[in-house]
Design a protein around this ligand. Structure first.
Ligand SMILES: [Zn+2]
Ligand SMILES: [Zn+2]
Length: 265
């Protein structure tokens, strides 16, 4: 006769196996069905991209992403093509520095990370916000120390876009963050007062003028003397981050840093 513990173990494996057999997951990347081992993903906190994204992507797709790594631009976080040498300022930042102090990201905006962001933003896969937000928090802790930031502020959507989408993905990413007591997330620190045309297809200069003065403070003086961390899903030319930073600095913010899930090349 089987001991009680062993029997429970056998039953668990049986039920677990049935669950896998009955409910294989569909990969958000390639659309293939795959078995996700839920036993290994039930640990308290996802560690790394593959673990965090494992319920949503098959193994080959999990491998298709690129972490942001040095050498990169010490200001805007642009990843240099050459994989050797130290961080330094890129040509753009030497030419015309951004108004934010520094920008960092989890990974390059391509392949599986791009697919995950699109699924969250455009297909309403809000269950991705938790694991993606966890990766973002890990990246925040890697580049910043507790106490470096007073306010975490998501880049806002215009109210028309918000109504259409039903959520602001940037806010969903930071909503569950466990932060020290002195650091607060303010959902509506900034408001988007102009509905701008899509930025896709515009060069850096066009993006800048397209988005200039698109943001304002929801309450004046709220960022006065504060170190603000702006959070968004993607940083492309930095025009949006710059426009937000301008509004924050006009309001008296001491310093503005930027953190995004992805960095476009
Ligand atoms: Zn796949
Ligand atoms: Zn740069």
């Amino acid at each position: 006769m089987l001991g009680r513990t062993r029997l429970t173990g056998v039953l668990k494996r049986l039920v677990h196996g049935m669950g896998d057999a009955l409910f294989p997951a569909k990969c958000l990347g390639c659309g293939r069905l795959f078995q996700h081992d839920t036993a290994t993903s039930s640990t308290a906190r996802p560690v790394g991209f593959s673990a965090a994204m494992a319920p949503h992507f098959c193994l080959p797709c999990l491998d298709r992403w690129t972490a942001v790594a040095s050498p990169l631009c010490s200001r805007c976080g642009l990843v240099f093509k050459s994989r050797e040498g130290d961080d330094h300022l890129c040509g753009r930042c030497l030419d015309r520095p951004s108004t934010f102090t520094r920008a960092r990201a989890v990974g390059i905006y391509d392949n599986t990370l791009k697919t995950a962001i699109h699924a969250l933003k455009f297909k309403g896969k809000v269950s991705l916000a938790g694991p993606l937000g966890g990766l973002l928090l890990d990246t925040f802790r890697y580049y910043w120390t507790d106490g470096d930031v007073d306010v975490v502020a998501p880049v806002p959507l215009h109210r028309l876009r918000f109504r259409q989408r039903g959520f602001n993905q940037a806010y969903l990413l930071v909503r569950g963050w466990a932060l020290p007591e002195e650091t607060v997330v303010i959902r509506d620190l900034l408001v988007r007062i102009r509905a701008t045309d899509a930025q896709t297809g515009l060069d850096r200069q066009q993006r800048r003028s397209n988005i200039r003065n698109a943001f304002a403070m929801s309450r004046r003086g709220q960022s006065s003397g504060k170190r603000v961390l702006l959070v968004d899903d993607v940083l492309t030319t930095g025009a949006t981050a710059d426009a937000c930073t301008d509004a924050l600095l006009r309001d008296g913010a001491r310093r503005v840093d930027v953190l995004t899930l992805a960095r476009a090349l």
